[in-house]
Design a protein around this ligand. Structure first.
Ligand code: SF4
Length: 745
């Protein structure tokens, strides 16, 4: 025979409703705290005899009329509520009211009282004999019209109606009656005050019954809503049974069933449901051949665990999840699936400005809250949503510490050794040393700023957390540098900024990394100091010459932005050309003239003047501008031979005053003429000033050679090093030239 596990399916909504549960808890608390005072109830609080017997055993006295109660006693009002007159009577008799009226019913009392006071005729859609309806009517002077069906609605004559519903009214009935009440010329204000606890129980009972082989409806036969559930179950599942106590369990009838559905009325205690379920273990179904297989046991065990859970109360500090069952402007009531409801007071909820609890919550919402107290004094569990949010913030911080992610915090004040910064509602500390990747002397500039931080230390128990902004900056910098290292290649030309000088070059920032621009790589010519060419802060294109990633060293070149002068010599220079250059080095055998940075030519001593020159320094000085004629260009040996005297008038045999200097005088004359005279006369002045060279030279101050900046032999340029003196100098001077060349090496 096939063995199939026994399935027990409990309706999603079964057992005590919110109002009943609240009434019983308030009664229990009252009995516990009453001391010597007597506790009364006018009639049964709920329709469940066993629960009432239990309360009676614990001291609750059931009375028919308040006359039976002793003055000073405590009078519990059941969830259905009572009339206003009942309350007044109790006060007059010196009885203290314990008002356990369901808040949903209490709300209706307020509505009808206000509507009646405004002159409306109150209509209650419901059963006139039901205690709840009697109670409601008692809050509008007993003048309400009570309408049970459409026909009764048609008989209503008043023109200004305010209609509410008994909480257990079926919605379709309410809609039908409301439609009949609405008439032209009549004012009708409708309030749907139906509580869905009943309809939900009925709906879930129907759903279960559709799939069940047998249905058990647990509750008291005096309970109207349990009887209604049984009716619904029976209509769908013929094998339905009304279970008032464990003796009613039809074990034989259940033996052939695989799926048993269980429903329970709003006044059925959970312990009774649990008891029935527990006894189901004794059901030996035919198809399991008198044995409960593992799956069946597991199903049962699971179910019992659920029941246990519903009976267990959460502990203080526990995070619980529940369903919103009531929202008011003061608090939110949560069904936690256990025997007590939770209440979240307004001040334990973080609301947006202008937001109300009614905006933020609605019945049926699932919410998480932290248990502050397992009893708030009214029999509810005191909850806080704010604390859950703070818990979530701590979780964010914990996560940030674990996965090294960042948080945004706002610096709010300076304290000794650092600042206080807040993440959502959690305050942390940032030491001064962790505020920035630069030195911070005073933290006041950070107040009010939002900083991205890492969590470096955390002690949630002590509410302590330490942040570091520096760590984030350092990581960002590291990433930036990594990106630069990954993107640069030898040969790339990129923009850099000159940051600082040293004697051997300049450091250039190429986006976070400093590269060395060696002095020899700044210019094709010779430099004494980088600042001859560069300025601090100057942006320049630099070529990457080498990268040593391990040592984080980059060599840069600047001169490479221009072609090496010898590589383009033919494009710019030719033999016979008169060039203008600067005397850069004076030797015994001649003077080196710089045509352009990196390109020097040698004017041999014999080519300086037509006269015999014994001491070059008597004729020329370093830095002096000269004109010279190119005698020879030797590309192989990279040598240029120049002659100054070839630019001079042969008849001139005086000082080696050159045509350049004469030109400079002419330039000066031009400048003077332009400043002093109209353009047409400037030419005349120029004509006068450009007198024969010998005259002009004779009148000028002779060149005074300066030795102050004589270039040391070791600084002689490549050209001068390579120039062999014997090629350029007479035989008797060759030895000296050789000596100079060796010094250059
Ligand atoms: S059925 Fe609704 S209105 Fe009635 S006591 Fe229960 S929760 Fe309150």
């Amino acid at each position: 025979m096939t063995t199939r596990p026994l399935q027990i399916r409990l309706a999603a909504h079964a057992g005590y409703c919110f109002g009943v549960k609240r009434t019983l808890e308030m009664t229990e608390n009252t009995l516990r705290d009453a001391g010597a005072r007597k506790v009364y109830a006018c009639g049964p609080l709920i329709h469940n005899a066993s629960v009432m017997r239990d309360l009676a055993r614990r001291g609750l006295r059931f009375i028919e009329s308040q006359d039976e109660a002793e003055r000073g006693g405590l009078l519990v009002i059941r969830s259905h509520g009572e009339t206003e007159a009942f309350h007044l009577e109790a006060a007059a008799k010196g009885l203290a009211i314990v008002d356990a009226t369901c808040p949903f019913v209490k709300r209706i009392h307020g509505l009808v009282r206000a509507a009646h006071a405004r002159g409306n005729t109150v209509v209650i859609i419901g059963d006139a004999r039901h205690p709840e309806v009697i109670g409601i009517n008692g809050w509008c002077g007993g003048e309400a019209l009570i309408v049970k069906n459409a026909e009764e609605a048609d008989r209503v004559r008043a023109d200004k109606l305010f209609a509410v519903a008994q909480t257990t009214t079926v919605l379709s009935d309410f809609e039908t009656i409301a439609a009949r009440l609405a008439r032209p010329g009549r004012t009708l204000k409708l309030r749907n005050t139906i509580c869905d606890a009943t309809s939900k129980r009925q709906e879930s009972c129907r759903e279960i019954a559709e799939e069940a082989d047998a249905m058990l409806v647990i509750g008291d036969r005096n309970s109207a809503n349990t009887r209604k559930l049984f009716e619904i179950a029976k209509r769908t599942c013929k094998n339905s049974h009304f279970i008032e106590n464990i003796n009613d369990l039809p074990l034989k009838a259940l033996r052939k069933c695989n799926t048993i559905g269980v429903a329970a009325g709003a006044s059925t205690p959970e312990r009774m449901i649990k008891e029935v379920i527990a006894n189901m273990t004794t059901v030996n179904t035919e198809n399991t051949e008198n044995t409960m297989d593992e799956t069946t046991e597991k199903t049962m065990a699971d179910y019992m665990a659920e029941i246990e859970k519903s009976l267990r109360l959460p502990r203080t500090g526990e995070i619980v999840t529940g369903i919103v069952i009531q929202v008011s402007n003061r608090d939110v009531i949560i069904n936690l699936g256990c025997k007590k409801d939770g209440v979240i007071p307004k001040d334990e909820i973080a609301l947006e400005p202008e937001q109300t609890l009614l905006d933020a919550f609605k019945e049926g919402d699932e919410v998480q809250a932290k248990v502050l107290k397992t009893d708030d004094g009214d029999g509810n569990i005191l909850l806080s949503k704010k604390k859950v949010v703070i818990n979530e913030h701590w979780e964010d911080i914990n996560r940030a510490l674990e996965d090294k992610s960042t948080l945004d915090v706002k610096v709010i004040k300076e304290v000794n050794g650092g600042v206080i910064a807040v993440f959502k509602e959690i305050y942390g500390f940032i030491p001064l040393s962790q505020l920035s990747d630069r030195f911070v002397e005073k933290a006041d500039e950070f107040i009010g700023r939002v900083l991205t931080v890492r969590v470096t230390r955390l002690d949630q128990r002590k509410n302590k957390v330490v942040f570091s902004h520096k760590a984030v900056l350092a990581e960002a910098r590291q990433k930036r540098l990594q990106a630069i290292w990954d993107s640069i290649n030898v040969g790339d030309v990129i923009e850099g900024t000159v940051m600082r000088f040293t004697d051997y070059g300049a450091f250039v920032d190429i986006g976070g990394i400093d590269g060395l621009l060696h002095i020899s790589e700044i210019s094709w010519g010779k430099l004494k100091h980088p600042q001859e060419v560069l300025k601090i802060g100057q942006k320049i294109p630099v070529k990457i010459l080498s990268i040593v990633r391990e040592k984080e060293k980059i060599s840069l070149g600047y001169k490479q932005n221009c072609p090496e002068p010898w590589s383009v010599i033919d494009e710019k220079y030719y033999v016979g050309q008169i060039i203008h250059g600067k005397a850069v080095q004076i030797k015994d055998y001649g003077v080196f003239v710089e045509l352009e940075p990196g390109l020097d030519g040698l004017v041999h001593i014999s080519e300086i003047a037509f006269k015999r020159v014994n001491n070059i320094s008597d004729e020329l000085s370093v830095g002096q501008n000269v004109a010279a004629k190119i005698l020879e260009i030797d590309k192989n040996r990279k040598r240029i031979s120049l002659s100054i005297k070839e630019t001079l008038d042969k008849s001139f045999d005086g000082d080696a005053r050159t045509a350049v200097e004469e030109e400079e005088d002419v330039d000066a004359a031009f400048a003077f003429a332009e400043d002093a005279a109209p353009a047409e006369t400037a030419a005349d002045i120029v004509a006068e000033e450009t007198a024969p060279a010998e005259e002009a030279s004779a009148e000028e101050t002779p060149v005074e050679a300066s030795f102050a900046e004589e270039v040391p032999a070791e600084d002689i340029g490549e050209a001068s090093e390579d120039i062999a003196a014997e090629d350029l100098a007479p035989a008797e001077e060759a030895e000296e030239a050789d000596s100079a060349a060796r010094d250059g090496e």
